[in-house]
Design a protein around this ligand. Structure first.
Ligand SMILES: CC(C)(COP(=O)(O)OP(=O)(O)OC[C@H]1O[C@@H](n2cnc3c(N)ncnc32)[C@H](O)[C@@H]1OP(=O)(O)O)[C@@H](O)C(=O)NCCC(=O)NCCS
Length: 207
């Protein structure tokens, strides 16, 4: 399934829940998010930034920031996970993914704000990414992480990924998962939109 349209980015927003039930909205990044996404990365601990980008980095470079806020260019997509904190929409996590049409594979990386780590948000976001991958028609989902990143390795293991070497970099581990989701297990907007564009019966996409 790859009939996705991105003319209205908000149609692809999803509501997730943290372990304790807090509402988390996952939505595509928009150009108006440039400052808040940069502040989000500046606010991460240096350890989290290191783990996210595989090296020391204090903030996004101007070029990377541009790529983050222009969703869909070169088949690359960025989402933020937001919560309402003291009445304000606050970014508590992000993920970036790219879909490769030639191999039907979906590569991603993610991070959660240090203050919100351990609340089940990473796990919920990974599950949502699986659904977004299914919406493209992906058959495989994967990411790379530093061998020293116990949290990401633990999250990937818990989420059913298998581990292997990352081609070309011994410091990295590749975690991968085949996608085999039944429609009723996929509660994300992108999948429903893709299914509707192929005239799949609404009963088959309930969820
Ligand atoms: C890795 C990361 C995304 C995990 O997100 P999170 O929201 O804290 O994870 P969750 O609360 O959803 O945890 C889900 C499971 O992952 C595993 N896990 C999470 N943190 C862990 C840790 N520090 N050590 C070992 N396992 C851990 C556990 O199995 C956990 O389940 P449990 O809570 O029932 O024990 C987060 O630590 C992070 O953003 N790190 C910095 C950036 C980064 O490393 N990105 C990965 C690069 S691809």
């Amino acid at each position: 399934m790859s009939n996705l349209r991105f003319d209205d980015l908000r149609q692809h927003s999803d509501l997730l829940r943290s372990k304790s039930g807090e509402a988390i909205i996952v939505r595509f990044v928009e150009p108006r998010d440039a400052d808040s996404i940069q502040n989000y990365f500046r606010g991460l601990s240096s350890n989290s930034r290191y783990n996210r980008f595989f090296g020391a980095m204090s903030q996004l470079s101007p070029a990377l920031l541009e790529r983050f806020i222009h969703v869909g260019e070169a088949d690359q997509f960025s989402v933020v996970a937001t919560m309402e904190v003291d009445g304000y929409e606050t970014i508590v996590g992000e993920a970036r993914y790219v879909y490769d049409f030639t191999t039907s594979s979906f590569e991603f990386g993610l991070s959660i704000d240090d203050r919100w780590q351990g609340h089940g948000i990473g796990q919920a976001l990974m599950k949502n990414l699986e659904c977004r991958a299914a919406a493209f028609g992906a058959t495989k989902l994967f990411g790379d992480t530093l061998r020293s990143n116990a949290a990401m390795l633990g999250l990937a293991k818990k989420s059913g990924y298998v581990f292997g070497n990352s081609p070309g970099d011994w410091k990295l581990v590749r975690f991968a998962k085949q996608i085999n989701l039944a429609p009723q297990d996929i509660p994300c907007a992108s999948w429903k939109l893709a299914a509707l564009s192929r005239n799949v019966s609404p009963a088959a996409i309930a969820g």
